[in-house]
Ligand binder design. Structure first.
Ligand SMILES: [Zn+2]
Length: 291
């Protein structure tokens, strides 16, 4: 394990200086299953991660305040780090198609698709080619500017504060974005409320149960507690979807199990998703920064 080493984290230059990004909110209750029992998982980037004893959700705790984590999502990050890694290749298109294939049955409900966390807009562009009417949001203004230039209907919004997704959709997709948000339970509730009855939520994210984390722990390339505030277990994803009132259809993983996906549908027989309690009491504020 690498202790507090952060030198190998490739995204470091976009963060505040080492050590200045300190934990000031400590988890009190797991946002997925509401358990209050945690075990220490490890430390990196001067930040600790803990594991929920009940559902296996891995989370940064204590974690920096939001202003510090949002610094990451800058124009520099988008243009210099994110976008160069998003070149459209046959492999990337196959990956995107594997996610869109799982949303495809929802086209019978409505051929409208919303993406939470659009990145460079590759998934929405591909979805549009496949016959969906698309929309989406991202927390990074540079991402939205880029996607708008591709003719996509998108806007800038932070899902941790959003009241709605601006409409009703047959499908809501999140591809490698829920691990970045501060309140995944709110994220799932927003998605559930925006789905039409019979519609599908498809989430694809980083797994805490794959080869990489199992073999390398906090030295895994997936572990970056300043940016990936959560790493998900099967149980935590199932719990998040169920608490949002959705019916879980299936879970799948990539070949190393380092990435995990879940499909959940909005029931046709209930008008409203179950209301998830406010998350404001899930985190307690530290009296002072912990280094
Ligand atoms: Zn839990």
């Amino acid at each position: 394990m690498s202790g507090s080493d952060i030198g190998d984290w490739k995204f470091l230059p976009a963060f505040p200086p080492p050590g200045s990004m300190t934990g000031q909110e400590r988890i009190a209750r797991c946002p997925a299953c509401r358990s209050g029992e945690f075990t220490h998982a490890g430390r990196r980037q001067f930040l600790d991660m803990v594991t929920c004893a009940r559902c296996g959700l891995l989370m940064t705790s204590p974690r920096p305040i939001e202003d510090q984590t949002l610094i990451r999502y800058s124009e520099r990050y988008f243009t210099e780090e994110y976008l160069p890694a998003q070149e459209v290749t046959p492999a990337l298109t196959a990956h995107i198609d594997s996610i869109l294939d799982r949303a495809e049955p929802a086209k019978n409900v409505s051929p409208t698709l919303f993406e939470l966390g659009i990145g460079g807009g590759n998934l929405l562009t591909r979805a549009r080619e496949r016959g969906w009417t698309v929309a989406g949001t991202d927390v990074n203004p540079a991402s939205v500017t880029h996607a708008t230039s591709r003719g996509l209907h998108v806007w800038c919004e932070n899902s941790d504060h959003a009241e709605s997704l601006g409409g009703s959709y047959g499908a809501v997709i999140s591809e490698m974005s829920i691990e970045h948000v501060r309140h995944p339970e709110r994220f799932c509730r927003l998605a559930a409320e925006a789905l039409l009855p019979g519609g599908r939520l498809v989430i694809y994210t980083v797994s805490a149960e794959g080869d990489s984390f199992e073999h390398s722990g906090m030295a895994s390339p997936l572990a970056g507690p300043a940016e990936h505030l959560f790493m998900f277990s099967t149980g935590s994803l199932v719990s998040l979807c169920q608490r949002a009132g959705l019916r879980v259809e299936s879970v799948w993983r990539n070949h190393t199990a380092d990435e995990i996906g879940i499909i959940a549908t909005k029931r046709r027989d209930t008008g409203n998703a179950a209301v998830v309690a406010s998350s404001t009491d899930d985190w307690t504020t530290q009296p002072q920064a912990i280094s």
